[in-house]
Design a protein around this ligand. Structure first.
Ligand SMILES: C[S@@+](CC[C@H](N)C(=O)[O-])C[C@H]1O[C@@H](n2cnc3c(N)ncnc32)[C@H](O)[C@@H]1O
Length: 360
C-alpha cells in the first residue's frame, strides 16, 4: 500500500514548528481546502448523514422561491437575451435544480441562461454535473471569470466557509489571535506585536480590552470582485447565511462534526469550520462597487415575502400524504427558533432594481 504521508494534523504542527504560530485564516484555509486533506476536498459533507444539513436539502420550496427571485430580477433587468447565473458553493446542486425547474418556465429565461458553478469539491462537482446537466453548466477556475453579459449571483452558505482572522483588543492596541503549540498541543495565543487602533474599522474602535474583532478578508475580496462584475454588467448578488448586519466585535468561529459542535483545533480537516458573516462590511464593499445594498432581512421574512406559506399549502394539497413533512420543513426554514431568524438574506443589485423579498 502506498505511504499516505503525513496527516493534516501533522502537516499543520510541522508548519507551526518551522514558521511559528499561524493565523486562524491560514489554519482554516488548510483545514477546509488543503488539496489532499481539506474538509471541502473530501467526500460530500451535506445532509442528514453528513455533518450538517442546509436549507435546499430540507425542502424544494427553498430553491423554488429563489428561482422565482431570479426570474423577477431578470425581468426587471429587461430580460437580457444572454446572462450568467453564478452559484458559488452549490453543494449537491439541489438549490439550483429546484430554482431552475421553476425559473425556466418563464419564457426566454432558459434560452438566455449561462449557468456557472464555482466549486472546490470534486465529488460535489460530479453531483452538480448530474443534477444540472440539462442546463449545460460551466465551472470557472476563478469566481469572477470574465464575461460581458449581465450577472445574477446566488450563494447559500458559501460565505461562512471562507476564512476569518481574529484580533483581540489589548491595552496598547489589537493583537492577532494565532494558533501555536504548547506542550505538543495546538493552542490559541496572541501575537505580541500590537496593531494600532487606526488600522481597525471605526465600528470596533470603542471596544474594551478582551473584546474580539473577526474579519474575513476572503469574503470581502469575493464580494468586491462579484460586486464590480455585477455593477459593470448589470445584475445582482443574493447571499444567504448566518451573520450580522453591522461590523461589530464578537467571536463566532465554530467547528461542527456530525451535527455536533466540536473543538476547532481538534481533528483538522474532519470538522466543518465556519464563522458568521459580517454583512455590514459586505454591504459597504458592494456599495463602493456601484451596487445598491438592501437592508438585511431574516430568512423567515424573505421566504414569507416570496410566498412560502402559499407554496407549502399548494404542495400539501397536491401531496396530502406529505402534508406533515411539508409543514415541518416550512417551520424549519422560517421558524424563529429554527433557521428563520439565525439566517439572514443579503442582496446588492444595480441601482433601480427592486429585488423581491426585501423591505423596499
Ligand atoms: C455549506 S456548503 C453549502 C452548499 C449549498 N450551497 C447548499 O446550500 O446546500 C458550502 C459549499 O461551498 C463549497 N466551498 C467551500 N469553500 C469553497 C471555496 N473556497 N471555493 C469554492 N467552493 C467552496 C463547498 O464545497 C460546498 O459546495
Amino acid at each position: 500500500m502506498p505511504d499516505p504521508g503525513p496527516s493534516l494534523s501533522e502537516l499543520i504542527d510541522m508548519q507551526i514548528r518551522a514558521n511559528g504560530p499561524m493565523s486562524i485564516a491560514s489554519y482554516m484555509t488548510l483545514c477546509l481546502t488543503h488539496p489532499r486533506h481539506g474538509y471541502y476536498k473530501q467526500t460530500d459533507p451535506l445532509g442528514a448523514r453528513g455533518d450538517f444539513i442546509t436549507a435546499p436539502e430540507i425542502s424544494q420550496m427553498f430553491g423554488e422561491l429563489i428561482g422565482f427571485f431570479c426570474v423577477n430580477l431578470w425581468q426587471q433587468m429587461g430580460e437580457p437575451r444572454s446572462f450568467t447565473l453564478l452559484e458559488p458553493g452549490p453543494g449537491r446542486g439541489t438549490l439550483m435544480q429546484d430554482a431552475l425547474r421553476v425559473a425556466t418556465r418563464a419564457e426566454g429565461f432558459g434560452d438566455a441562461l449561462h449557468l456557472q458553478l464555482y466549486e472546490t469539491n470534486e465529488e460535489l462537482k460530479a453531483q452538480q454535473a448530474i443534477r444540472l446537466s440539462q442546463y449545460d453548466p460551466y465551472w470557472p477556475g476563478e469566481i469572477d471569470a470574465v464575461s460581458d453579459d449581465p450577472l445574477i449571483v446566488v450563494a447559500n452558505e458559501f460565505l461562512d466557509a471562507l476564512p476569518v482572522r481574529q484580533f483581540v483588543r489589548g491595552t496598547q492596541g489589537w493583537h492577532e489571535r494565532l494558533i501555536g503549540l504548547k506542550e505538543g498541543r495546538r493552542r490559541f495565543g496572541l501575537s505580541p506585536t500590537p496593531i494600532p487602533e487606526s488600522a481597525m474599522p471605526e465600528a470596533v474602535r470603542a471596544a474594551a480590552p478582551g473584546e474580539v474583532y473577526e474579519v474575513s478578508l476572503a469574503s470581502v475580496d469575493v464580494m468586491q470582485r462579484l460586486g464590480k462584475a455585477a455593477a459593470r454588467r448589470g445584475g445582482g448578488i443574493l447571499a444567504i447565511d448566518y451573520g450580522y448586519p453591522r461590523t461589530r466585535t464578537g467571536e463566532t468561529l465554530q467547528a461542527v462534526r456530525r451535527h455536533e459542535f466540536a473543538d476547532p483545533l481538534e481533528a483538522p480537516g474532519e470538522a466543518d469550520l465556519s464563522a458568521h458573516v459580517d454583512f455590514g462590511a459586505l454591504a459597504e464593499v458592494t456599495r463602493k462597487a456601484g451596487l445598491t445594498a438592501q437592508p438585511l432581512v431574516t430568512q423567515g421574512e424573505f421566504l414569507r415575502r416570496l410566498g412560502i406559506a402559499e407554496r407549502a399549502t399548494a404542495l400539501s394539497r397536491a401531496n396530502p400524504g406529505e402534508a406533515a413533512a411539508i409543514g415541518a420543513a416550512l417551520d424549519r426554514l422560517t421558524g424563529a427558533n429554527q433557521m428563520g431568524e439565525l439566517f439572514k438574506v443579503f442582496c446588492a443589485a444595480s441601482p433601480g432594481l427592486v429585488p423581491p423579498g426585501f423591505a423596499s
